[in-house]
Design a binder for this molecule. Structure first.
Ligand code: NAP
Length: 293
């Protein structure tokens, strides 16, 4: 079997297009232009690249982008003061604080200071709780993107055996909640799981969010399964670096029914879902129904 490739780049571009259309209608009919504030502290090169793409795509989607790049030595108090200002700024619908923050700043304290209605990353404890209890919530972008991709090849996840490898707060745990909402039967695996290959082999749909290159091998995959690879790992190859996922792609695509590539799978969906969350937050503030996208 050769797996169908789930083209995250193309699917993300389509989603960004739908968000841009809804933003255009909102501006035309209501005079509201959603705004996203992105806060970056320090000079982490990878963070700078992510933030740059987020800003570019926010503007391309017809929204306003507010850039707050702060020096590495910014104090926690200064950062909290900025968050307080953004919370009350009516032109800002979404606030994103790029992680990781410098070590002298308590990330959880900063994330918890964001107004939950502007928490487009979905990391605020209120949104975490709302998601877990099935209430409407702003949901973390990467897991949201994973479900969106999975449903392009498997429109109903009801009754399927879903296995999530990884239980981080930003990917694994919210993914579990979203899968339960889809009525999948969910198993979660982590670094202490025994016989991981056997657990993976049960999956009709397998999500890998481990952060270890090519950990999931082809023979761990049930023939025909859908495989969503969240991992982004930089590895050395022929004197250069390349990016690979948590799944051994070539082996896995000989067995799976459908699979996301790395790069070009889940990665592009994260920013597209960030734009969707900003639009949702703007609708919420304006008392409008959530966009049907
Ligand atoms: P993380 O916080 O480091 O969590 C990794 C999880 O994998 C943990 O739950 C850990 O188990 C589990 N794990 C580690 N080694 C394992 C093993 N050998 N077998 C089974 N489970 C194992 O990572 P994360 O933030 O969730 O990110 C995971 C990957 O996704 C990374 O490569 C990251 O770069 C990528 N990512 C991509 C995007 C995107 O936009 N595409 C967004 C976010 C993250 P324990 O809990 O027991 O330690």
């Amino acid at each position: 079997m050769t797996a169908k490739l789930i083209d995250g780049k193309m699917i993300a571009a389509e989603l960004r297009g739908k968000v841009a259309d809804a933003v255009h209608r909102m501006a035309r009919d209501r005079g509201i232009v959603p705004g996203l504030a992105v806060v970056l502290v320090g000079d982490n090169p990878a963070s700078k690249i992510y933030v740059g793409s987020k800003k570019k795509m926010t503007v391309a989607g017809g929204m306003r982008s507010y850039d707050h790049s702060l020096p590495e030595h910014t104090s926690e108090a200064e950062l909290l003061k900025l968050i307080g200002r953004l919370n009350t700024d009516p032109t800002v619908n979404g606030i994103l604080v790029q992680l990781p923050l410098p070590k002298h700043i308590d990330s959880q304290k900063v994330l918890s200071a964001i107004d939950p209605n502007k928490d487009v990353d979905g990391f605020h404890p209120v949104n975490v709780g709302r998601l877990a209890t099935g209430l409407p919530a702003l949901v973390p972008c990467t897991p949201l993107g994973c479900i969106y991709l999975a449903k392009t090849v498997q429109p109903s996840l009801e009754g399927l055996d879903a296995v999530v490898v990884g239980r981080s707060n930003i990917v694994g745990k919210p993914l579990i909640q979203l899968l339960l909402q889809e009525n999948a039967t969910v198993t979660v695996a982590h670094s202490k799981t025994q016989d991981l290959p056997d657990v993976c082999k049960r999956a009709d749909i397998l999500f890998a969010a481990i952060g270890r290159p090519e950990t999931i091998r082809g023979h761990w995959i049930k023939p025909g399964a859908v495989v969503i690879d969240v991992g982004i790992n930089r590895v050395a190859a022929d004197g250069k670096t390349k990016i690979v996922g948590d799944v051994a792609f070539t082996e896995a695509s000989a067995v799976a029914g459908a699979i996301t590539p790395v790069p070009g799978g889940v990665g592009p969906m994260t920013i597209a879902c960030l734009l969707l969350n900003t639009l949702k937050a703007a609708c919420m503030t304006a008392g409008l129904p959530a966009p049907e996208i």
